[in-house]
Design a protein around this ligand. Structure first.
Ligand code: K7E
Ligand code: CUA
Length: 661
């Protein structure tokens, strides 16, 4: 029935011509079923609208072929969105406690969040920018996703078996970062690019000493797939000039072993508009060009393993002079104030968008290598060899105002976001991509308006060695008039674009408001690559260790309370629709260790555990074990209750915790 309706709709579209701008001839003669035609007419839908509806409508029970993992901006979290339905499936607690996931309210999430604290400062939010999916041979493998916290220079690891954060590491030598995360093609390293320069370790130094004491710092976090953790002891950093390094990308294919980062503020501006100095916005944009940073990370890894580093705050730092002497670091000029540096699927080119230059500049990895091999390069003021632009550049394509970020598809097209034009530019790649499309290489094909001020752009499997094509998502910064007015703070707008047809046939399909933060980047992975648990594999599973917890119980009759002096230890069973025990008697001042195991094996049979007054809240997914520990410092009558409506007798899923004064 449903299938035949869609067939009819599609036939109708063909009949009325999908490209037309006039309202659909919503009559039975159009081929639309009478009731659908009436709805289309009533709502004033054009054939384009009907096309978009049919492309995105996902009937109940049908699954999306793609998942988009988006940064959650200032919320500190990550979002999981189905594509093309643009349904939000999950908010993953990362740098900010997330009550729905029971993350950061007494369970193991507290320890994970603590991993990101400064020595003397607890931090409970983040500014997430760039999610990076783990890769094997340059393809997303669906195992992990990483993300940075720009605000505090931290990195988080999320395991895609349960979509939960497993680790947060604090960069001990930076207070801020930006150009990460992204992975090397086999996830050997998760790279955290820097941003605003500071003394290494972020100690105090006068801005008068900026050129001498301030530095950039790129971090290569070693990732261990078996433990699912970053290993700081096997990680290293490279000291850089105090230019403000921005976005980075890893080479792949022919350029595997290399990393590319933009920079701005090669002017070494230090601001002070209030003192009559040029403002940062003026001071950092004086030069016509900045430097694309080119790193040989495989060489850096060897230098690190050979011990040619200094240990600063427990972290290995390869000094700038070592990086120069050991042929790790090169520069080439790039048009002023660049933003994205994006490596093509085969690794042949790096595409750079200059925010203040209407072109994208395409660098050839082969030419860069030839220039390095030829030697005789001049250097910048810090002694870093600079490859002249005409020796590294392959092409420039004029796209429009404010090119920022570029992604790729399977048809030899690149897609660049144009911030000032509020448009997505589709243009053709040359070289080995020339025979994939009908147009001239390095040519603008189409500019599709978006609403409004697009920042990043994401494509299906777009950062892999073999992008899919079909969908592109515009991550727009402003939404202005796109949605009902909800006050002066407006949502961001994700716009889904159909990129399945060649030539100038891109179409806008769908608007999705993000009313919780400003997402920056997103990656889109084939849904069937992710093999997430439906329930935890065994009863008693500890999601932090990804193994059965020694304090798990497997049946309600193992539940018990043991007192040892003023320490009380509880082993609690949680199953529809009761907790065992239901009465917990404590004395004020007791130290409480409380293990909870959800014995359920049915999918979605999650129980919550909220303990009133004590700021404790857990989400116990089927099979999960969590442990909370606290001092019963308040006397009184408290309830613990289930916060997930798990059964008809969910309200009865409750217990009393009595604390005797
Ligand atoms: Cu907002 Cu990648 Cu942090 Cu560009 S970044 S827009
Ligand atoms: Cu368990 Cu509600």
């Amino acid at each position: 029935m449903r299938r035949s309706l869609i067939t009819l709709l599609v036939l109708a579209l063909l009949a009325v011509g999908c490209g037309g701008k006039s309202p659909a001839a919503a009559t039975p003669e159009s081929g639309l079923p009478a009731d659908a035609a009436e709805v289309a007419a009533e709502r004033g839908l054009t054939p384009d609208d009907v096309y978009a509806a049919v492309k995105t409508y996902t009937p109940s029970g049908q699954l999306d072929p793609y998942l988009m993992i988006a940064s959650g901006g200032q919320s500190g979290q990550m979002l999981v969105v189905g594509v093309p339905s643009m349904r939000i499936l999950k908010v993953i607690g990362v740098f900010t406690p997330e009550p729905w996931q029971g993350y950061g309210f007494g369970g193991s999430g507290n320890e994970i969040l603590k991993g990101g604290d400064l020595p003397d400062q607890e931090i409970r939010w983040g500014d997430t920018h760039h999610p990076g999916l783990s890769e094997t041979a340059g393809e997303y493998d669906g195992q992990f996703v990483f993300i940075n916290d720009k605000a505090n220079a931290r990195l988080a690891v999320v395991d895609l078996r349960d979509f939960e954060t497993k680790q947060i590491v604090k960069n001990p030598n930076s207070m801020i970062d930006h150009g990460g995360t992204f992975v090397t093609p086999n996830t050997e390293y998760v790279v955290e690019g820097p941003q605003y320069a500071a003394p290494i370790g972020s100690g105090y130094a006068s801005l008068d000493d900026y050129a001498d004491l301030y530095r950039g710092l790129i971090t290569f976090w070693k990732f261990d797939r078996v433990t699912g953790r970053v290993d700081p002891a096997k990680s290293f950093q490279i000291e850089l000039p105090p230019y403000w390094q921005d976005l980075c990308d890893a080479g792949k294919g022919v350029s595997d072993g290399w990393v590319f980062c933009n920079s701005f503020n090669t002017e070494l501006a230090t601001g002070g508009v209030e003192l009559g100095n040029p403002s940062f916005e003026a001071g950092t944009t004086k030069n016509d060009t900045d430097y694309l940073h080119i790193f040989n990370w495989k060489q850096a890894e060897q230098v690190f393993q050979a011990g040619q580093f200094e240990t600063i705050n427990g972290m290995a730092v390869i000094r700038m002079q070592t990086a120069i002497d050991e042929n790790i670091l090169y520069f080439t000029p790039e048009p002023k104030s660049p933003h994205g540096a994006d490596v093509t699927p085969g690794g042949e080119y790096v595409v750079v968008g200059g925010k203040l230059d209407p072109h994208v500049t395409i660098y050839s990895f082969e030419k860069i290598q030839a220039a390095i091999a030829a030697g005789g390069l001049a250097t910048d003021q810090y002694g870093v060899p600079v490859i002249p632009l005409d020796a590294s550049m392959e092409a420039q394509v004029e796209l429009g105002l404010g090119p920022l970020h570029t992604v790729y598809d399977d048809k030899g097209y690149a897609y660049t976001s144009l911030f000032l034009d509020s448009a997505v530019a589709r243009w053709t790649l040359g070289g080995p991509y020339s025979d994939k499309h009908a147009e001239e290489p390095w040519t603008l094909v189409q500019k599709l308006p978006v609403q409004y001020n697009i920042g990043h752009i994401a494509a299906a499997e777009g950062d892999t060695a073999s992008p899919d094509g079909g969908y592109v998502v515009a991550l727009n910064k402003w939404s202005i008039d796109r949605f009902a007015n909800v006050g002066p703070l407006l949502p961001q707008n994700f716009q889904l674009i159909d990129s399945s047809q060649p030539g100038d046939q891109m179409r806008l399909l769908y608007d999705m408001p993000i009313g919780m933060a400003e997402p920056h980047y997103a990656q889109i992975i084939k849904a069937d690559k992710i093999k997430a648990f439906e329930v935890y594999p065994e009863v008693g599973w500890n999601p932090e260790t990804m193994a059965v917890d020694p304090n798990a119980i497997t049946a309600p009759d193992q539940a018990r309370i043991e007192r040892n002096g003023n320490q009380v230890e509880i082993w609690m069973a949680v199953v529809r629709s009761h907790f065992t025990p239901e009465q917990v008697e404590l004395k004020q001042g007791d130290h409480v260790i409380w293990h909870l195991t959800n014995l359920e094996r049915s999918r979605d049979a999650t129980h919550g555990f909220a303990l009133s007054g004590y700021n404790i809240n857990l989400s116990l997914e089927p099979g999960e074990t969590q442990t909370i520990e606290f001092d019963a410092h308040m006397s009184g009558t408290f309830n613990y209750f289930c916060t997930e409506f798990c059964s008809a007798l969910h309200l009865e899923m409750v217990g009393y915790m009595l604390v005797e004064p």
